[in-house]
Design a protein around this ligand. Structure first.
Ligand code: A2P
Length: 284
Protein backbone atom coordinates (compact mmCIF):
# COMPACT_ATOMS: atom_id res chain seq x y z
CA UNK A 1 0.00 0.00 0.00
CA UNK A 2 2.76 2.41 0.91
CA UNK A 3 6.08 0.98 -0.38
CA UNK A 4 7.59 4.35 -1.06
CA UNK A 5 6.66 7.95 -1.74
CA UNK A 6 7.88 9.48 -4.98
CA UNK A 7 9.76 12.73 -4.47
CA UNK A 8 9.53 15.75 -6.78
CA UNK A 9 12.73 14.64 -8.57
CA UNK A 10 11.43 11.10 -9.16
CA UNK A 11 13.43 9.40 -6.38
CA UNK A 12 11.49 6.78 -4.41
CA UNK A 13 11.67 7.56 -0.69
CA UNK A 14 10.93 4.38 1.33
CA UNK A 15 7.86 4.85 3.49
CA UNK A 16 9.31 4.11 6.96
CA UNK A 17 12.81 4.94 8.14
CA UNK A 18 14.68 4.24 11.35
CA UNK A 19 15.63 7.35 13.33
CA UNK A 20 19.07 7.21 14.92
CA UNK A 21 18.97 10.34 17.09
CA UNK A 22 19.92 9.54 20.71
CA UNK A 23 21.35 6.20 19.69
CA UNK A 24 24.77 7.79 20.19
CA UNK A 25 26.21 5.82 23.06
CA UNK A 26 28.27 2.67 23.39
CA UNK A 27 25.28 0.57 22.35
CA UNK A 28 24.56 2.55 19.18
CA UNK A 29 26.16 0.26 16.64
CA UNK A 30 24.39 -2.66 18.29
CA UNK A 31 21.00 -0.88 18.23
CA UNK A 32 21.42 0.05 14.58
CA UNK A 33 22.58 -3.48 13.77
CA UNK A 34 19.45 -4.80 15.50
CA UNK A 35 17.35 -2.44 13.38
CA UNK A 36 18.94 -3.91 10.25
CA UNK A 37 18.09 -7.39 11.57
CA UNK A 38 14.55 -6.17 12.25
CA UNK A 39 14.27 -5.35 8.54
CA UNK A 40 15.01 -1.61 8.36
CA UNK A 41 16.87 -0.55 5.23
CA UNK A 42 16.23 3.19 5.52
CA UNK A 43 18.26 5.07 8.13
CA UNK A 44 18.01 8.69 9.13
CA UNK A 45 21.15 10.14 10.68
CA UNK A 46 22.90 13.53 10.98
CA UNK A 47 26.39 14.77 11.75
CA UNK A 48 24.97 16.26 14.96
CA UNK A 49 23.58 12.91 16.17
CA UNK A 50 27.04 11.37 16.32
CA UNK A 51 25.62 8.19 14.85
CA UNK A 52 27.06 8.26 11.32
CA UNK A 53 30.09 6.20 12.36
CA UNK A 54 27.94 3.70 14.26
CA UNK A 55 25.72 3.34 11.23
CA UNK A 56 28.77 2.63 9.07
CA UNK A 57 29.95 0.04 11.60
CA UNK A 58 26.55 -1.64 11.77
CA UNK A 59 26.21 -1.76 7.98
CA UNK A 60 29.65 -3.33 7.65
CA UNK A 61 28.86 -5.94 10.30
CA UNK A 62 25.55 -6.80 8.60
CA UNK A 63 27.05 -7.46 5.18
CA UNK A 64 24.09 -5.64 3.56
CA UNK A 65 25.00 -4.02 0.25
CA UNK A 66 25.03 -0.23 0.10
CA UNK A 67 22.55 -0.14 -2.77
CA UNK A 68 19.97 -1.97 -0.65
CA UNK A 69 20.00 0.90 1.83
CA UNK A 70 18.53 4.38 1.84
CA UNK A 71 20.64 6.76 3.93
CA UNK A 72 19.81 10.33 4.90
CA UNK A 73 22.16 12.67 6.74
CA UNK A 74 22.04 16.37 7.60
CA UNK A 75 24.31 19.41 7.74
CA UNK A 76 24.36 20.85 11.26
CA UNK A 77 23.94 24.53 12.21
CA UNK A 78 27.71 24.98 12.35
CA UNK A 79 28.04 23.48 8.87
CA UNK A 80 25.92 26.08 7.08
CA UNK A 81 27.29 28.29 4.30
CA UNK A 82 28.35 27.59 0.72
CA UNK A 83 31.85 26.21 1.38
CA UNK A 84 31.06 24.82 4.82
CA UNK A 85 28.21 22.62 3.67
CA UNK A 86 30.33 21.11 0.91
CA UNK A 87 33.06 20.28 3.44
CA UNK A 88 30.47 18.88 5.83
CA UNK A 89 29.11 16.62 3.11
CA UNK A 90 32.60 15.21 2.41
CA UNK A 91 33.11 14.55 6.11
CA UNK A 92 29.75 12.82 6.36
CA UNK A 93 30.57 10.56 3.39
CA UNK A 94 33.89 9.73 5.00
CA UNK A 95 32.34 8.94 8.39
CA UNK A 96 29.61 6.86 6.79
CA UNK A 97 32.22 5.10 4.64
CA UNK A 98 30.15 5.55 1.51
CA UNK A 99 30.61 7.41 -1.74
CA UNK A 100 27.05 8.71 -1.97
CA UNK A 101 24.01 9.59 0.15
CA UNK A 102 20.41 8.99 -0.77
CA UNK A 103 19.39 12.23 0.88
CA UNK A 104 21.10 15.25 2.42
CA UNK A 105 19.23 17.91 4.39
CA UNK A 106 19.93 21.29 5.99
CA UNK A 107 19.23 20.40 9.62
CA UNK A 108 17.80 23.76 10.85
CA UNK A 109 16.92 27.03 9.14
CA UNK A 110 18.87 29.16 11.64
CA UNK A 111 22.30 28.63 13.20
CA UNK A 112 21.10 30.10 16.49
CA UNK A 113 18.03 31.68 18.04
CA UNK A 114 17.39 35.21 16.84
CA UNK A 115 19.93 35.00 13.99
CA UNK A 116 18.97 37.89 11.71
CA UNK A 117 20.80 37.06 8.50
CA UNK A 118 19.21 33.63 8.03
CA UNK A 119 17.77 34.40 4.57
CA UNK A 120 21.21 34.97 3.07
CA UNK A 121 22.78 32.07 4.97
CA UNK A 122 20.05 29.62 3.91
CA UNK A 123 20.37 30.67 0.26
CA UNK A 124 24.16 30.27 0.34
CA UNK A 125 23.89 26.91 2.04
CA UNK A 126 21.32 25.83 -0.51
CA UNK A 127 23.67 26.83 -3.36
CA UNK A 128 26.22 24.44 -1.83
CA UNK A 129 23.53 21.74 -1.59
CA UNK A 130 22.68 22.24 -5.26
CA UNK A 131 26.32 21.85 -6.21
CA UNK A 132 26.57 18.62 -4.21
CA UNK A 133 23.40 17.36 -5.92
CA UNK A 134 24.76 18.20 -9.36
CA UNK A 135 27.94 16.29 -8.56
CA UNK A 136 25.76 13.15 -8.51
CA UNK A 137 26.76 12.07 -5.01
CA UNK A 138 23.36 12.57 -3.44
CA UNK A 139 20.07 11.44 -4.90
CA UNK A 140 17.87 14.08 -3.26
CA UNK A 141 18.36 17.26 -1.24
CA UNK A 142 16.03 18.95 1.19
CA UNK A 143 15.57 20.73 4.48
CA UNK A 144 14.59 19.93 8.05
CA UNK A 145 12.69 21.94 10.67
CA UNK A 146 11.91 24.61 8.08
CA UNK A 147 8.67 26.56 8.43
CA UNK A 148 6.83 27.90 5.36
CA UNK A 149 8.64 31.26 5.27
CA UNK A 150 12.03 29.52 5.42
CA UNK A 151 11.09 27.28 2.49
CA UNK A 152 9.62 30.21 0.58
CA UNK A 153 12.99 31.95 0.81
CA UNK A 154 14.68 28.91 -0.75
CA UNK A 155 12.02 28.49 -3.44
CA UNK A 156 12.39 32.09 -4.52
CA UNK A 157 16.13 31.72 -4.91
CA UNK A 158 16.83 28.14 -5.97
CA UNK A 159 17.47 26.24 -9.16
CA UNK A 160 16.76 22.86 -7.59
CA UNK A 161 13.71 22.64 -5.36
CA UNK A 162 13.94 20.97 -1.95
CA UNK A 163 12.52 17.44 -2.19
CA UNK A 164 11.61 17.11 1.49
CA UNK A 165 11.08 18.92 4.77
CA UNK A 166 11.69 16.75 7.83
CA UNK A 167 9.81 18.14 10.83
CA UNK A 168 8.52 17.07 14.20
CA UNK A 169 5.13 15.50 13.48
CA UNK A 170 2.85 13.36 15.64
CA UNK A 171 -0.78 13.59 16.82
CA UNK A 172 0.27 15.99 19.57
CA UNK A 173 2.01 18.34 17.13
CA UNK A 174 0.76 18.18 13.56
CA UNK A 175 2.16 21.50 12.29
CA UNK A 176 -0.76 21.90 9.90
CA UNK A 177 0.50 25.09 8.28
CA UNK A 178 3.82 23.57 7.34
CA UNK A 179 2.28 20.28 6.21
CA UNK A 180 -0.27 22.09 4.06
CA UNK A 181 2.36 24.40 2.58
CA UNK A 182 4.65 21.47 1.68
CA UNK A 183 1.75 19.65 0.05
CA UNK A 184 0.99 22.66 -2.12
CA UNK A 185 4.64 22.96 -3.15
CA UNK A 186 5.09 19.22 -3.79
CA UNK A 187 7.63 18.87 -0.99
CA UNK A 188 7.49 15.55 0.85
CA UNK A 189 7.09 15.82 4.63
CA UNK A 190 9.00 13.41 6.85
CA UNK A 191 8.17 13.04 10.55
CA UNK A 192 10.73 12.93 13.31
CA UNK A 193 9.38 11.63 16.64
CA UNK A 194 6.24 10.26 14.96
CA UNK A 195 5.15 8.68 18.25
CA UNK A 196 5.83 11.85 20.21
CA UNK A 197 8.91 10.47 21.97
CA UNK A 198 6.58 8.06 23.76
CA UNK A 199 4.75 10.96 25.46
CA UNK A 200 1.52 9.96 23.69
CA UNK A 201 1.55 6.30 24.61
CA UNK A 202 -0.81 6.76 27.57
CA UNK A 203 -3.13 9.23 25.90
CA UNK A 204 -6.63 7.97 26.64
CA UNK A 205 -8.27 8.76 23.33
CA UNK A 206 -5.34 7.37 21.33
CA UNK A 207 -5.41 4.22 23.46
CA UNK A 208 -9.12 3.82 22.80
CA UNK A 209 -8.73 4.33 19.04
CA UNK A 210 -5.67 2.03 18.86
CA UNK A 211 -7.60 -0.65 20.75
CA UNK A 212 -10.47 -0.49 18.28
CA UNK A 213 -8.05 -1.42 15.46
CA UNK A 214 -6.21 -3.99 17.56
CA UNK A 215 -2.92 -2.09 17.35
CA UNK A 216 -0.66 -0.23 19.79
CA UNK A 217 -0.66 3.56 20.15
CA UNK A 218 2.80 3.59 18.53
CA UNK A 219 1.44 1.72 15.50
CA UNK A 220 -1.56 4.05 15.35
CA UNK A 221 0.71 7.14 15.35
CA UNK A 222 2.99 5.70 12.67
CA UNK A 223 0.02 4.79 10.49
CA UNK A 224 -1.52 8.20 11.11
CA UNK A 225 1.57 9.84 9.56
CA UNK A 226 1.47 7.47 6.57
CA UNK A 227 -2.23 8.05 6.02
CA UNK A 228 -1.49 11.79 5.95
CA UNK A 229 1.12 11.10 3.23
CA UNK A 230 3.98 11.71 5.65
CA UNK A 231 7.04 9.47 6.07
CA UNK A 232 7.54 8.41 9.73
CA UNK A 233 11.03 7.93 11.17
CA UNK A 234 10.43 6.12 14.48
CA UNK A 235 13.20 5.20 16.92
CA UNK A 236 13.40 2.27 19.28
CA UNK A 237 16.04 0.31 21.12
CA UNK A 238 14.30 -3.07 21.24
CA UNK A 239 13.84 -5.49 18.38
CA UNK A 240 10.22 -6.22 19.31
CA UNK A 241 9.26 -2.55 19.05
CA UNK A 242 11.41 -2.04 15.96
CA UNK A 243 9.40 -4.81 14.29
CA UNK A 244 6.10 -3.58 15.67
CA UNK A 245 6.78 -0.13 14.25
CA UNK A 246 7.05 -1.58 10.74
CA UNK A 247 3.99 -3.77 11.14
CA UNK A 248 1.54 -0.96 10.52
CA UNK A 249 -0.16 -1.86 7.25
CA UNK A 250 -2.96 -4.19 8.28
CA UNK A 251 -5.51 -1.48 9.06
CA UNK A 252 -6.89 1.80 7.78
CA UNK A 253 -7.88 4.63 10.13
CA UNK A 254 -11.47 5.78 9.51
CA UNK A 255 -12.16 9.34 8.40
CA UNK A 256 -13.81 10.07 11.74
CA UNK A 257 -10.82 8.80 13.71
CA UNK A 258 -8.46 10.78 11.45
CA UNK A 259 -10.42 13.90 12.47
CA UNK A 260 -10.36 12.97 16.14
CA UNK A 261 -6.61 12.44 16.06
CA UNK A 262 -6.03 15.52 13.90
CA UNK A 263 -7.86 17.82 16.29
CA UNK A 264 -6.12 16.72 19.49
CA UNK A 265 -4.67 19.37 21.77
CA UNK A 266 -1.27 20.43 20.46
CA UNK A 267 1.78 20.38 22.68
CA UNK A 268 4.93 19.62 20.75
CA UNK A 269 8.55 20.06 21.56
CA UNK A 270 8.30 23.54 20.16
CA UNK A 271 10.68 24.91 22.75
CA UNK A 272 13.41 23.25 20.73
CA UNK A 273 12.62 25.25 17.64
CA UNK A 274 14.97 28.24 17.37
CA UNK A 275 12.40 30.11 15.32
CA UNK A 276 9.21 29.00 16.95
CA UNK A 277 7.85 32.50 17.35
CA UNK A 278 7.23 32.72 13.64
CA UNK A 279 4.83 29.78 13.58
CA UNK A 280 2.54 31.83 15.79
CA UNK A 281 2.53 34.64 13.32
CA UNK A 282 5.47 36.83 14.38
CA UNK A 283 7.06 36.96 10.96
CA UNK A 284 10.77 37.47 10.58
P1 A2P B 1 12.30 2.18 23.31
O1 A2P B 1 13.64 2.52 22.75
O2 A2P B 1 12.38 1.63 24.69
O3 A2P B 1 11.49 1.34 22.35
P2 A2P B 1 9.97 8.81 18.73
O4 A2P B 1 10.46 7.96 17.61
O5 A2P B 1 8.59 9.35 18.52
O6 A2P B 1 10.94 9.91 19.11
O7 A2P B 1 9.83 7.87 20.04
C1 A2P B 1 10.91 7.16 20.55
C2 A2P B 1 10.53 6.62 21.91
O8 A2P B 1 9.39 5.80 21.81
C3 A2P B 1 11.61 5.77 22.53
O9 A2P B 1 11.67 6.16 23.87
C4 A2P B 1 11.14 4.35 22.38
O10 A2P B 1 11.51 3.58 23.49
C5 A2P B 1 9.65 4.48 22.35
N1 A2P B 1 9.02 3.52 21.46
C6 A2P B 1 9.35 3.28 20.17
N2 A2P B 1 8.53 2.37 19.63
C7 A2P B 1 7.67 1.99 20.59
C8 A2P B 1 6.58 1.10 20.63
N3 A2P B 1 6.22 0.40 19.56
N4 A2P B 1 5.91 0.98 21.81
C9 A2P B 1 6.26 1.70 22.89
N5 A2P B 1 7.27 2.58 22.90
C10 A2P B 1 7.98 2.73 21.77
Amino acid sequence: MYDAFQLNNGVENPCIGFGTFKAADSKSAEIIRTAIDAGYRYFDTASFYGTEGYLAEAIKASGIKREELFITSKAWKTEMGYENVKKAFEKTLETLETDYLDMYLIHWPLPEEGYKDWKRLDIETWRGMEEIYRSGRVRAIGVSNFLPHHIENILQNCEIRPAVDQIEFHPGYTQEMTVQYCKEKNIQVQAWSPIGRSALLNHEMLMEIADSYGVSVAQLCIHYALQRGIIPLPKSSTIERMKQNQDVFGFEISKEDMYRIGTMAQAGWSGLHPDFGSIRGASK
